[in-house]
Design a protein around this ligand. Structure first.
Ligand code: NAP
Length: 325
């Protein structure tokens, strides 16, 4: 096997969305592999834990501001874009976050000599056929970054991602802890192949270091597919809660979305309902090029979900994950 020669100084990476769920894991991984990483955030004081990682520079900046984004990219060889919203709100609409930002990013990468982009899309993102505005705009953003000239782009299209701090199992855990014997669940038959955040981050790192991935789009799924009802029932079992998960009909699912979409926090909206009309599962296995055997959720989820002292377990998990990286 040929020896891989690591460059002495790794390039500076601008990691947009580096304070988020996936971003935190990718930042830790890049840091552990000797990369210098610049992470913009609108709320630096909330993410002080990132500053302790070697090589991480946390910058107070809004990536939607062109001048700020230009300054952020200065001196970087690589940009990674993880910024997205599941629902439209005061922080930005789908079009602004999923289309305008990537368009601006590509333009500024060209002007600033940034030659490599890793772009996070989503499984089923499709500008023409996406069933929801989320998936349509994610597809539009993905297509436009791949059309960019003089930019080496790789994009990633994961199913739902799990891991400490995830937005899926933690959210259902929170809802299931509410004392009610019956849990009404919209779209119970929607299917997912949840993929571990550590595997997603490893794939992104591998892509960064492997020129064969340039120009490619990778669907990322875990090893097994489940219905939403199975995943929520599993969450209840891990939490040792006796809840009857009651699947709602399509009409009642839409009604739940209509009601919850108007409540603060928008836990479930009509657009979310539309996204769930297409199964979030992959045709093949995890892309062979990354050499990763994806983790089964059963080996990871109980570690961070089943303990009351979530923060403590989370920190312990992160330590172990960093050690592993
Ligand atoms: N999580 C999943 O299950 C999943 C599944 C499929 C695809 N994805 C994709 O993976 C990527 C990362 O997802 P994630 O779950 O890690 O996201 P997340 O936790 O919600 O993080 C979002 C990040 O974007 C930044 N951001 C900048 N401008 C924003 C704006 N206007 N509105 C909201 N956030 C803004 C936030 O930074 P500050 O708040 O610090 O400024 C934060 O770092 C996204 O592209 C998402 O579509 C995720």
């Amino acid at each position: 096997m040929p020896l891989r020669v690591e460059p002495a100084v790794k390039p500076l990476v601008c990691l947009l969305g580096g304070t988020g769920f996936v971003g935190g894991h990718l930042a830790a991984l890049l840091s552990a592999h000797g990369y210098r990483v610049r992470i913009p955030t609108r709320r630096a004081q909330r993410h002080r834990e990132l500053r302790v990682l070697p090589g991480i520079e946390l910058v107070d900046a809004d990536v939607h501001d062109t001048a700020a984004l230009r300054a952020l990219l200065h001196g970087c060889a690589v940009a990674v874009n993880l910024v997205a919203v599941l629902n439209e709100g005061h922080a930005g609409g789908f079009e602004d976050v999923h289309v305008k930002l990537p368009r601006n990013l590509v333009k500024l990468c060209g002007e600033g000599g940034v030659g490599r982009l890793l772009h996070m899309s989503a499984l089923n993102a499709d500008a023409a056929r996406g069933p929801s505005r989320y998936l349509k705009t994610k597809g539009e953003g993905e297509d436009l970054v791949h059309r960019a000239e003089d930019l080496q782009v790789t994009s990633f299209r994961p199913s739902v991602i799990f891991g400490p701090d995830d937005h899926f199992f933690n959210r259902f855990a929170c809802l299931l802890r509410m004392p009610a014997p019956v849990f009404p669940l919209a779209c119970p038959s929607a299917r997912f192949a949840p993929v571990f955040v550590g595997d997603v981050a490893q794939a992104m790192l591998a892509a960064l270091e492997d020129p064969r991935t340039i120009g490619q789009r990778y669907d990322l799924c875990g090893p097994h597919a489940y219905t939403l009802k199975e995943l929520v029932e599993y969450t209840a079992r891990v939490l040792r809660l006796r809840r009857r998960v009651m699947g709602l009909s399509p009409a009642l699912s839409r009604l739940q979305a209509a009601v919850m979409g108007h409540l603060p926090g928008k836990a479930f909206t009509h657009d979310n309902y539309l996204s769930l009309q297409v199964d979030s599962v992959c045709d093949g296995g995890f892309p062979a090029i990354f050499g990763i055997t994806p983790a089964a959720l059963e080996t990871v989820v109980p570690v961070y979900l089943s303990h009351r002292d979530q923060r403590g377990r989370y920190d312990e998990y992160r330590q172990r994950a960093r050690h592993h990286y």
